[in-house]
Design a protein around this ligand. Structure first.
Ligand code: HMG
Length: 391
């Protein structure tokens, strides 16, 4: 059976921090961010826009009523969850009006979670061919003011509808995962921001890539020559570029290497404007590739490298299907220009503002601009979400 991504959508914050503004304020050479990290802008969420509202907005942008009546599983992959017990997908299930007989869960392993979710979705559809599964990778990446990770923050959500006979790409039944118990990046329950061994994390990312790719090639008797593009987890685009250079085979013909390079540049276009969105970053890279590459055609193979700190890596592959371009947008970079540019002072207030919960567990939530959904209030410790403008 052919199973894969039938639809893919994206949502991000309505506010943006420009990297040159941040560099000036932090007394850093702007080239360090624009050339050293390959970042131009970061999406900044206010307190009423979180993984639930972003995830619901990303999914709402792609789902039809027929999809909502057919989806029987919703998986949210995240590492910036709003609750230790209740899955974010239960809120999203209700906000989207998905039929009641569905399973809703949340999955976690740093930025890797959505890759495990996709595999579970694929196996579920294999067992129940009429099912559709909604996989949402949703995160707010917040490192803190004046930390080394600050220029790599971001926020966003990628929603993917998994079904049989998909209209974008097939998820091939080949993957190699690797686990290492390391402390490169982690966030204990008592902390709102992560602890990071930054340079160590980049070395682990690159070494997990090298060793997993070697094993993948060996197990599936394949090589870079079989692929038209390689997508990488994108904590910041410069690290993915280093990854791309690591997997590059210098013996390939020049024009083929050029095609791979062009496609790599397409994978990082959105990430340059949004920053790290943790679980969704790899899939934002995939979306960016599909919507911007000039040379991809049906039948092309794409390799994907997923990495989540802690750490788990996985390489797997996908095959493009006929008509995939019809399922995509062409003006996303233009839309991103509509975000509201914040001064550094306003970014510091907006991104780190927390709900002021009183002793009864109530909080009024300020009404900042969001996508289609917003956190309206907290009432007796319960988060109340709704559509924007619904009273
Ligand atoms: P840093 O202090 O900015 O490091 O921290 P740097 O001094 O090495 O500078 C970065 C780059 O800018 C270097 O480029 C410099 O040369 C260059 P490179 O040598 O590596 O190619 N540079 C300049 N370029 C042009 N003009 C200049 C200039 N100055 C410097 N004037 C670090 C970088 C990544 C450590 C930091 O941003 C950080 O801690 N980030 C957060 C952690 C992270 O993103 N790690 C990535 C791997 S782990 C991962 O991917 C998982 C993750 O997504 C989380 C999860 O799984 O949940 C993070």
């Amino acid at each position: 059976m052919k199973i894969g991504i039938d639809k893919i959508g994206f949502a991000t914050a309505q506010y943006v921090l420009n990297m040159d503004d941040l560099a000036e304020s932090r007394n850093v050479d702007p080239d360090k961010y624009s050339k050293g990290l390959l970042l131009n802008n970061l999406s900044i969420t206010p307190v009423n826009d979180d993984i639930v509202t972003l995830g619901a907005s990303a999914a709402e942008s792609i789902l039809s009523e027929e999809d909502k009546n057919t989806i029987d599983m919703i998986i949210v992959a995240t590492e910036s969850s709003v609750d230790q017990s209740k899955a974010a997908s239960t809120y999203i299930h209700s906000l989207l009006g998905i039929q009641p007989f569905a399973r809703s869960i949340e999955m976690k392993e740093a930025c890797y979670g959505a890759t495990a979710a996709l595999d579970y979705a694929r196996l579920h559809v294999q067992k129940h061919p009429e099912s559709k599964v909604l996989v949402i990778a949703s995160d707010v990446a917040r490192y803190g003011v004046n930390t080394p990770g600050e220029p790599t923050q971001g926020a966003g959500s990628v929603a993917m509808l998994i079904s049989k006979d998909p209209r974008i790409l097939l998820l091939n039944d080949n993957s190699v995962a690797q686990t290492r118990d390391i402390m490169d990046f982690w966030r204990p329950n008592y902390s709102t921001t992560p602890y990071v061994n930054g340079i160590y994390s980049t070395k682990q990312y690159l070494d997990m890539l090298k060793t997993t790719w070697a094993e993948f090639q060996k197990r599936f008797n394949t090589s870079l020559a079989d692929f038209s593009a390689f997508c990488f987890h994108l904590p910041f685009p410069k690290l993915a570029l280093k990854g791309f250079n690591k997997v590059m085979d210098k013996n390939l013909p020049e024009d083929f290497k050029e095609k791979l390079k062009e496609n790599f540049e397409s994978t990082i276009l959105y990430s340059k404007e949004v920053g790290n969105i943790y679980t969704g970053s790899l899939y934002l890279g995939l979306l960016s590739l599909l919507e911007n590459s000039k040379n991809l055609v049906a039948g092309d193979q794409i390799a994907l490298f997923s990495y989540g700190s802690g750490a788990v890596a996985e390489i797997f592959s996908a095959t493009l299907v006929d008509g995939f371009k019809d399922m995509l947008q062409t003006n996303r970079l233009e839309t991103l220009k509509n975000r509201i540019r914040l001064s550094v002072e306003d970014y510091e207030k907006l991104f780190f503002e927390e709900a002021a919960i009183d002793s009864e567990g109530n909080a009024n939530i300020p009404e900042y601009k969001t996508g289609a959904f917003t956190l309206k209030e907290i009432h007796e410790h319960q988060r109340i979400y709704g559509k924007v403008n619904d009273k």
